[in-house]
Write a protein of this length. Structure first.
Length: 403
């Protein structure tokens, strides 16, 4: 299996399934002295016997590492694993998902550029669009997420970058990546897609036409809610520009976090398979509950863009949201009764996690801003863990008794 783990050079991973790649991909060149696991390399710098050998690495003529803000063996193994699963030629990583988003946008956009995105990207990303990019002279146009004609018209007016996130957090809207990438490329724009909720097991944005796919690795990739991280994958030229920006801004992934993310990713395909199945079953069950006014999950045939989701996703993911008739007061009562869910601002973990957007994805926004984005206060985001789905439904049943 050593060759597979070096598949970055020979491309021999092409015929292996994502569950095999989750386990083996990207690790070979980092293993030392027979270790079967990637070592955590805590060294700020790397020494060389003479200046010529040092220069060879520093100038990129030979592989190796110079300084861990730039590259590190443990971090590299994590990047390789995600790169291979996303089918990308290059990848670079970050201290957090938001560092991946912000470094990508700031590396690729400058004064006078225009970016087109949608109203309900993740709350932190939305703040970049509303507060930080305009400050450096970037024009931002945020369209209605479900209105593809409006997005296409905004793109056709000319833009440097189109930023997609699908499914969205927390209302699980689905964007047609292939359709919007075609429109973006006709306008000469770069397409960036946040693939955090789908994961490379369910969806590969690059294969659908995106130029860069990014993740908050804190979520499903790591899967255990014990490490923060981010990653961007795509073609070598774009990734090199983002990497260079990160080298200088210093939002580097820590080696211990990289190790935890690698360990978590070994079970990525297993976890996602289970979470896909359980989330669909729970979404179908929720649809039958009188206290529930609406259920948002792309796997439901009633979902507005189920056809697009069915075309571009292999599974519909572990996150769903639902709305209570009783509004925010009902949400508070039900959440406090759940026994098998952390009430916490996270998603994608082995444990079920639940919370309202006001304290999770859109904590940065005011109530009015959330309403303008179509995020109702009666909403609960429910990230399904790997527990037994029947137990989760029983837990929801007892909690709904107080709604
Ligand atoms: C879709 C999405 N993108 C990016 C982020 C930011 O990731 P991080 O919290 O790792 O900075 C999040 C966090 O919830 C997210 O849900």
């Amino acid at each position: 299996m050593a060759d597979l783990r070096r598949s970055s050079e020979d491309g021999s991973s092409a015929d292996l399934s994502s569950s095999t790649l989750s386990v083996w991909a990207g690790e070979g060149e980092s293993l030392v002295q027979g270790a079967t696991q990637v070592p955590v390399v805590y060294s700020a710098a790397y020494g060389y016997p003479d200046v010529d050998a040092w220069l060879d690495v520093a100038l990129g003529r030979k592989p190796g590492h110079i300084y861990s803000r730039n590259t590190n063996p443990t971090v590299h193994a994590f990047e390789e694993k995600v790169r291979i699963l996303e089918g990308a030629d290059a990848a670079t990583s970050f201290a957090t998902g938001m560092a991946a988003v912000s470094n990508t946008l700031f590396a690729l956009l400058g004064p006078g550029d225009r970016v087109v995105s949608v109203k309900d990207t993740y709350g932190g990303t939305n703040r970049l669009f509303l507060d930080f990019l305009p400050r450096v002279g970037v024009e931002v146009e945020l369209c209605d997420t479900s209105d593809h004609e409006q997005i296409e018209a905004a793109i056709a007016q000319g833009c440097r970058l189109v930023y997609l996130e699908t499914p969205t957090n927390p209302t699980l809207k689905v964007m047609d990546i292939a359709r919007l990438a075609t429109a973006a490329h006709e306008a000469g724009a770069i397409v960036v897609a946040d693939n955090t909720l789908a994961t490379p097991i369910n969806q590969n944005p690059l294969a659908l036409g995106a130029d860069l796919a990014l993740h908050s690795a804190t979520k499903f990739l790591g899967g255990h809610a014990d490490a923060l991280g981010g990653v961007v994958c795509g073609g070598p030229e774009l990734v090199a520009r983002v990497f260079h920006y990160r080298e200088i801004t210093g939002a580097t992934l820590d080696p211990m976090a990289a190790y935890l993310l690698i360990r978590g990713m070994k079970t990525l395909a297993l976890r996602i398979g289970r979470q896909n199945e359980s989330a669909l079953r729970i979404a179908q069950w929720l649809q039958e509950q009188p206290a529930v006014a609406a259920v948002y999950y792309p796997g439901l045939e009633t979902h507005l863009h189920h056809d697009v989701a069915a075309r571009q996703m292999r599974g519909y993911g572990g996150v769903l949201s639902f709305m209570f008739e009783g509004g925010f007061e009902a949400v508070k009562r039900v959440l406090s009764r759940l026994r098998l869910a952390h009430r916490a601002a996270n998603l994608g973990a082995v444990e079920t996690v639940a919370g309202p957007p006001a304290t999770t994805s859109h904590v940065e926004c005011t109530t009015e801003e959330r309403e303008a984005m179509g995020i109702p206060e009666g909403l609960i985001r429910y990230s399904v863990g790997i527990e037994d789905a029947g137990d989760l439904i029983a837990d929801l049943t007892q909690a709904f008794a107080v709604a």
